[in-house]
Design a protein. Structure first.
Length: 355
């Protein structure tokens, strides 16, 4: 009897329902819940789309509180826009090859050389101002075409090709000037290009607006602009669709160098002299502005309006640091950190746009 009862008890224990496994909270398992993942994706997408605008608004607020009597004034904002005009032209030109998926590291050197060469032509050869300007800007275009041919036809990586071309331009710069700044003999008419005004609006701001409008139209309202965008998405797909990929890349590099040359001309006019390294810093600030612009209003896409916002962000930061009396080295630290932040924000935008 006892044996039967023991067997029956063992049988009931064997067939007893198993205890349901305990589900650990997502924080204990290490996996985020679907809602948490969605919130994180939304936050990253917002940063990739509006990150630059958030940075710009934050700086405007901070500097306005710190220096309300000097920074937050109409006169100071006019100065900011006027001071950023030349850099905006160079950065907007750089945006075109970036849209096509290429880099151009020669733009700063091209700006320096073209500005110096123009001053030399005006001082020594006696050329009239307009022919000299067209000659120098044309030289900038030729440099861009060479960059495009080396990259698209020969197949050299754009990073290496434009770095090499830029180094050659530096050599030509020093060969022409001997490393010595060149001074204008008669400067009033030439310097008026940069410092003059029309109806109270500085010439630099007007020229900047015209260049930005032209580049926006080229990228958004022309067949060539659509081809450049298609190459940036997928060169092979664009080629299969009938796009002349090599020619479009050459055009993109030519536009970038042309804008760099224009920036060099305006810089020389603004300074009233030709400086050997005056435009070299445009490379870092232009890349910072373009990548910041890719995180403004679009998810990781380079575009002209975004670059304008990016340049404004850099200009506001540098102006604010100067207003609060920060040492000069902080501007370099700020620009370098801003480039890292810009690339990170642009990468976030592109990653979540694809996802």
């Amino acid at each position: 009897m006892r044996a039967a009862m023991s067997a029956d008890h063992s049988l009931r224990e064997t067939h007893a329902p198993a205890e349901a496994p305990r589900v650990l909270p997502s924080t204990q398992t290490g996996y985020a819940s679907p809602n948490a993942r969605q919130r994180r994706a939304l936050l990253m997408r917002l940063l990739g789309t509006y990150g630059t605008i958030i940075v710009l608004a934050s700086m405007l607020g901070i500097f306005s509180v710190l220096e309300p009597g000097t920074f937050a004034t109409i006169g100071n904002f006019r100065n900011i826009v006027n001071d950023m005009a030349i850099g905006t032209i160079v950065a907007a030109g750089l945006t075109v090859p970036l849209v096509a998926g290429d880099f151009d590291l020669s733009i700063g050197y091209v700006a320096s050389f073209c500005g110096l060469l123009l001053v030399g032509l005006l001082s020594s050869s006696g050329l009239p101002i307009l022919p000299a300007i067209f000659l120098v800007v044309g030289l900038g275009t030729v440099i861009g075409i060479v960059n495009g041919i080396v990259v698209s036809k020969i197949g050299v990586n754009a990073f290496i090709a434009t770095l090499g071309t830029g180094t050659i331009v530096v050599g030509l710069n020093y060969a022409y000037s001997g490393g010595i700044p060149l001074q204008l003999t008669q400067s009033r008419e030439f310097t008026n290009i940069a410092i003059g005004r029309i109806a109270g609006v500085p010439h630099l701001v007007i020229i900047m607006a015209v260049v930005l409008a032209l580049l926006w139209v080229i990228l958004n309202r022309t067949v060539q602009g659509q081809h450049i965008k298609a190459i940036g998405v997928s060169p092979e797909s664009a080629r299969r669709a009938g796009v002349a990929v090599d020619r479009s890349r050459i055009v993109a590099f030519a536009i970038a160098s042309t804008c760099a040359a224009i920036g060099g001309v305006l810089m020389a006019s603004n300074l009233g002299s030709g400086q050997v390294t005056a435009g070299d810093s445009f490379m870092l600030t232009s890349f910072s502005a373009a990548f910041l612009g890719s995180a403004a209003l679009r998810e990781g896409q380079f575009h002209i309006l975004g670059t304008l916002i990016g340049v404004l962000t850099v200009a506001v930061g540098n102006n604010g640091l100067a207003m609060i009396g920060a040492p000069i080295f902080t501007q370099f630290l700020f620009t370098g950190c801003l480039l890292v932040v810009a690339v990170a924000l642009g990468g976030i935008g592109r990653r979540y746009a694809r996802g």
